[in-house]
Design a protein around this ligand. Sequence first.
Ligand SMILES: [Fe+2]
Length: 383
Amino acid sequence: MALIEDYQRVRKYSETLCAPLKVEDYVVQIVEFASPPKWHLGHTSWFFEEFVLKQHDDNYQPFHEQYGYLFNSYYNHAGDRILRANRGNLSRPTVEEVYAYRHYVDQAMLAFIPSIRDEGLHNLIVLGLNHEQQHQELFLTDLKYVLGHNPLLPAYDTARHLVDGGNTTEGTVAIEEGVQAIGHDGTGFAYDNEYTRHKVYINAGSINNYLVTNRDYLEFIEDGGYQNFSLWLEEGWKWVNNHNINAPLYWRETEEGWRYYTLAGDKPVNPDALLCHISFYEACAFAEWNGARLPTEFEWEVSADNLDWGQRWEWTASAYLPYPGYSKQPGAVGEYNGKFMSHQMVLRGASVATSPEHSRKTYRNFFYPHERWQFTGLRLMAC
Ligand SMILES: [Fe+2]
C-alpha cells in the first residue's frame, strides 16, 4: 500500500536528519521561533496521535496523557499547550522517551492504515506527512540558528554545506500579458491555501532566470546599501537600525573578508553562491538599489515551468492572503494555514533544505517580512 510506504519513508527521514546530533543538541532552544529537535520529533508524532489515532482508532490508548499539552503547537481546537518559548526548557521527557513515543505512534499508525476505507481519513494522513516534511525543513533551519549562534560555530554535518550552490541558468523568461489560471489544479496533494484555482490578469514582463548571488549582494553592501535610508521601506529601515543589521544572517566581517556559518561549519562567503538568509526588507532594498522589483507570486507561478528554481525560497511582492473561494476545513486542521493570513509575505519555490517530494509550483510559503532564518533568497524581475 502506497500510504504505508510513504508513511515509513517520511517518518524515517526525520530520524535520519537527527543522526549527526549529540543528545544535548536535541534540547536547546535559544529563541521563541526556533524549536528544539526533540520538540519537532514529538510534535510531528502528536499530529498523528491527536488527529488520526485518538479521533479514528477505537483501539488506540494514548502514550502519555500530558503529551498533548507538551506537543500541541498552535491548535486551539486541541486545547491548552506549553508556551512556545518554553519548548527548550524541558529536560523531560528525555530524548529516549520521545523516540519511544514516536515508535509507539508509528506502530499504531502502521496497524491502523490498512483498515482505512475513507478518503478523508486517507487525506488527513497525507496532510500529516506533508506536515512532517515541513518540520524536517524547520528542523534544519532551527538547528542552524542554534549552532550558528554558538561561539564555537560547530558543524552539524561537514557534508551538508547546503548554501554553496550557484546559478545554473542565465537570461530571462518572458511573461505574456493576459488572463492566467493561478492555484492548484487538484491533481495530487496541495495545502488548502493553494485553492481555489482562479484567474488573475498578468501584465507583460520579463523575469530573471537566475537568483541574486553573494557577489551581487556584496556590491550592495560595499555601496553603502545598509546605510542608505532611501533604499528601504520604513519598517525595514527601523528594523535595520533597531537590530544593527549590516549583512545577511550568519555573515560576519573578518580581517580575511566575509565569512558565514553553514551547517558544515564556518566558511568564507562564496561569491558565486546564491544569496541566502535575507529578510523581505533586505530583498526590497536590494531590488530598489538595482532599479528593479520583486515578482508577484502570480508572475512567479505563471513562469515557473520555464524557470530554474528550488535552491532558495524566493521572496515575492505578494502579501499572504486567501485566494478567491478559499475555505478552511472544519475542525483543527482548519487552523493549519488560514489563521496566519495577516502581515506575512509569500515566498515561492523551495530550498536546499526542503524535503524530497515536497515541492510544487503552486506552493505558497509565508513568513513575516523581518524573518530570515529560512533558506531565503531573491529573484528579480528583469529591468
Ligand atoms: Fe506543526
